[in-house]
Design a protein around this ligand. Structure first.
Ligand SMILES: Cc1cc2nc3c(=O)[nH]c(=O)nc-3n(C[C@H](O)[C@H](O)[C@H](O)COP(=O)(O)O)c2cc1C
Length: 305
């Protein structure tokens, strides 16, 4: 079965619609013991920042019903370390490598884009628009169509011909408005959703469970929100949408394709079982057959209302 997906013609071509989601697959190298990472549609790496970042105080993970609450705070060694030490070890000739970039200022996004896009081994960039905007206390770039567009525009200007994926959060009144704004700013694709902010508390200790107090909810608990966002966005934009949120099996992938996604990213499921994403890739053709799907392009967005 032909599972190939073209996100940007001739530049971002996937052998199947399954990518790893940022923050849950390391750089990709950490998952090599569990499967052949070159068989994935693409690898979206851990979040990178311009400078090394120590991340959130411990603990960083709490259990939640049908998911998990986490706050890692973009712990990473910085973009230059990634370029020098990690990228050369990744099989970038055989699988698209898509760094996920994080910044608090538009200028930082530009600088990161310039550094990473200059690398032959980088196929595209994913911009985490859930980052806090240092110029607007507490607000995230994605919570305002104007700041979201500014960040994407800044990345586009420095990304050369490398495609730019805008990653959106559902924590906004009208995600469609933000999707339109990033498309107009030049985004080549949209991925959604990022984590949904939550709080876990310890009644006995009368304290928050996470060191950062709040964290982001992910896993099957957020899948209905992600499906709704992808469905709404896919109807109004011309660029491809990558669905993210709660995917644990090949049937979940079909749900996202049905509501209009071109591809999907698998996140938290890789924590509970590191072989999950490889199994999904293997099982997808048989599950398509089971549901009578002969052509995933024709199936995409075929939801009947
Ligand atoms: C521990 C952890 C770290 C994450 N780090 C990032 C990140 O750095 N950048 C980003 O855009 N998304 C990050 N995400 C969000 C995921 O990429 C994904 O959007 C979200 O978890 C929903 O997908 P899931 O339910 O399959 O996990 C992170 C998620 C988790 C659980």
């Amino acid at each position: 079965m032909d599972l190939r997906v073209s996100l940007v013609e001739g530049i971002l071509e996937l052998k199947n619609p399954i990518l790893s989601a940022a923050g849950s697959f390391g750089s990709g190298l950490e998952y090599q013991p569990y499967g052949d990472i070159t068989q994935l549609g693409g690898i979206i790496t851990n979040g990178l920042s311009l400078y090394p970042c120590a991340g959130s105080p411990l603990p960083r993970i709490a259990a939640a019903p049908a998911g998990l609450l986490s706050s890692v705070g973009t712990q990473n060694d910085g973009a230059e370390y990634f370029i020098r030490e990690v990228l050369p070890r990744l099989p970038w000739q055989s699988v698209p490598i898509i760094p996920n970039i994080n910044a608090g200022r538009v200028e930082e996004f530009s600088e990161l884009a310039g550094l990473l896009a200059a690398e032959e081994g980088v196929t595209a960039l994913e911009v985490n628009l859930s980052c806090h905007n240092s110029n607007r206390a507490g607000q995230r770039f994605c919570q305002n169509p104007v700041t979201a567009a500014r960040a994407i525009n800044a990345v586009k200007r420095f990304a050369g011909n490398k495609p730019v994926i805008a990653k959106l959060s559902p924590e906004i009144m009208d995600i469609v408005e933000v999707a339109r704004a990033v498309e107009a700013a030049g985004a080549d694709a949209i991925s959604c959703i990022g984590k949904v902010q939550g709080l876990a508390v310890d009644v006995r200790g009368r304290r928050p469970v996470l060191g950062n107090v709040t964290g982001g909810l992910s896993g099957p608990a957020v899948k209905p929100i992600a499906l709704r966002c992808v469905w709404q966005i896919a109807q109004v934009v011309k660029i491809p949408v990558i669905g993210v949120g709660g995917i644990t099996c090949a049937r979940d992938v079909l749900e996202f394709l049905l509501v209009g996604a071109h591809a999907v990213s698998v996140g938290s499921a890789s924590f509970s079982d590191p072989e999950t994403i490889f199994r999904i890739v293997q099982e997808l053709p048989a599950v398509c057959e089971e549901y009578g799907i002969e052509d995933i392009k024709a199936f995409r967005g075929s939801l009947q209302i």
